[in-house]
Design a protein around this ligand. Sequence first.
Ligand SMILES: [Zn+2]
Ligand SMILES: [Zn+2]
Length: 157
Amino acid sequence: MTPITACGAAKLLSAIFDEDEGEVKRYLGLPVLPPPYRCLDCGKRIHNKIGRCQSCFSRSKRLDVACSWCGQFRKRLASEIIRRVSQDGYEHFFCDQKCVGQWHRKHDWGMIWQAHLQTAYGARQLSQLLGIPRATISHILAKMRETERVAIGARMR
Ligand SMILES: [Zn+2]
Ligand SMILES: [Zn+2]
């Protein structure tokens, strides 16, 4: 019978138990070269101690992104930015739900008001045009008129 070396045994055991050869070697207390580090994100084998493979490492970087509502900069994962812009076609980032809400309200109101000014449509026609409930549009137009009056009043003073 041919003698089996320790390393040969590790190879054999790894085949029998369908285990990573490095894992078996470590279990047997044998030197493992190169160390079987694995990427924290994708599990790919890597030969460094950064914790991530090259592509995951660059994705794990954080970038400063401004909030679309208040303009404050926040650190965001590069992977999150890539995912949201490429998959969801999303171009806006916010601090939290409060900023999202305020931006949405302002954004939609401004859009509805602009449509009103450009088309001179009333709430009923705008409702059909934009597919937004008539009551919502009536409310927004009324509020916007109020705001406009206040603004004009302030200018005249
Ligand atoms: Zn990876
Ligand atoms: Zn914000």
